[in-house]
Design a protein around this ligand. Structure first.
Ligand SMILES: Nc1ncnc2c1ncn2[C@@H]1O[C@H](COP(=O)(O)OP(=O)(O)O)[C@@H](O)[C@H]1O
Ligand SMILES: [Mg+2]
Length: 338
């Protein structure tokens, strides 16, 4: 692969010196007119998008859209052929060592290390990042706790379920305490429970201040996780921006699910009276509502606040992904086999 830059796990590059990012004002990811072609296949034809610090951005597109290629370029494993890519203001070509010190890249496959326990696996990568014994012990203990794998630390890596292997992969990319996580289809092949557990960990990591760029070829896999999306199709960006803009673009009503703790007629009357509310469906005998409203006239927060102000206890307040699915289908074409 002549297009490959030096892989991060070889030779001198293992001794990464971590430089704190400059002044904290640059976006986490800035991609401008990025193009890349394999020998006989144009994979990216001039893509531009930005990911703000502290956000969780869903990088979504059908198989073959160019997600893995983009992620490898962000991770400094492939060189851009034209355009610029900056991570926290650092150029991925000229500043690749700094970039590597501040990112964690989780590839779309799990590399198995025979005869290694979970602890040894993580300790190995921590050593590769140049941590001494005491630092390693603390780091590995911390990342095991974060990914809920502490009780598995003596288990062999191959014996783990797919969900646990994905969490171990995530733990591995956390050992250098990166500010930006680049995750290539981490939820792929996980059962619903394992997927929810992974999403919970990612939410926690965001609360710790990390920026997360996560790819998927199935929009619903990402559920409610993302506050912004980059939709890619056949090497071109179709949408880049906040989740609200994605749904507004399809000119669709907003769909929300509202569950209250006790049945009460009052919120129902109040909900129906809100300007911009299009439909209020209530489950028979339960304080469960499905709401449909015009996002141009009524904001989700206004609805929630009105419900809370009348004294109702809210158990669930969730956007339904039906509108996101429609947006995705409108913006992309059926997948091409990679
Ligand atoms: N190593 C490679 N050699 C040639 N073509 C490739 C290679 N890797 C990916 N491609 C092609 O580049 C395009 C983008 O692929 P990829 O970035 O893997 O997409 P995604 O991750 O969205 O499925 C596809 O058409 C794919 O077939
Ligand atoms: Mg891929």
């Amino acid at each position: 692969m002549t297009n490959d830059a030096q892989p991060a796990t070889e030779g001198e590059d293992l001794a990464i010196t971590y430089n704190p990012w400059t002044d904290g004002t640059q976006p986490a990811i800035e991609v401008k007119d990025l193009a890349f072609a394999y020998k006989n296949q144009q994979a990216l034809s001039g893509i531009t998008f930005t990911v703000a610090r502290g956000s969780i951005n869903g990088f979504v597109g059908p198989n073959g859209a160019g997600k893995t290629t983009t992620l490898k370029i962000l991770a400094t494993l492939l060189l851009p052929q034209s355009g610029t890519v900056r991570i926290f203001g650092r150029d991925v070509v000229r500043g690749y060592k700094d970039v590597r010190g501040g990112i964690g890249f989780m590839p779309d496959h799990f590399s198995s290390y025979r005869q290694m326990t979970v602890f040894e696996y993580l300790d190995f990568f921590a050593a590769a990042y140049g941590l001494d014994l005491a630092q390693r012990d603390k780091t590995v203990t911390d990342v095991l706790a974060l990914t809920d794998l502490t009780s598995r630390k003596e288990d062999f890596v191959q014996a783990l379920s797919r969900g646990m292997q994905q969490r171990l992969s995530l733990a591995r990319v956390l050992v250098n305490d990166p500010d930006l996580l680049l995750l290539d289809e981490p939820a792929s092949g996980l059962d619903p429970r394992a997927r929810i557990e992974l999403m919970d960990i990612l939410q926690e990591l965001r609360r710790l201040g990390k920026t997360i760029f996560i790819s998927s070829h199935i929009l619903s896999e990402l559920g409610d996780l993302c506050d912004s999306f980059t939709i890619i199709d056949r090497g071109a960006v179709r949408y880049a921006g906040p989740v609200e803009g994605l749904t507004a673009q399809t000119d669709q009503a907003a769909h929300y699910v509202l569950h209250l703790s006790v049945a009460n007629d009052e919120p129902e009357t109040l909900l129906r009276g809100l300007d911009g509310m299009l439909a209020v469906d209530k489950d028979e005998g339960k304080p469960h509502y499905r709401l449909k409203f015009d996002p141009a006239r009524l904001r989700p927060n206004t609805v929630l606040k009105a419900v809370l102000d009348c004294g109702a206890e809210v158990v669930t307040w969730q956007r339904e992904t039906v509108e996101l699915k429609k947006a995705f289908m409108d913006l992309t074409t059926p997948g091409v086999a990679p």
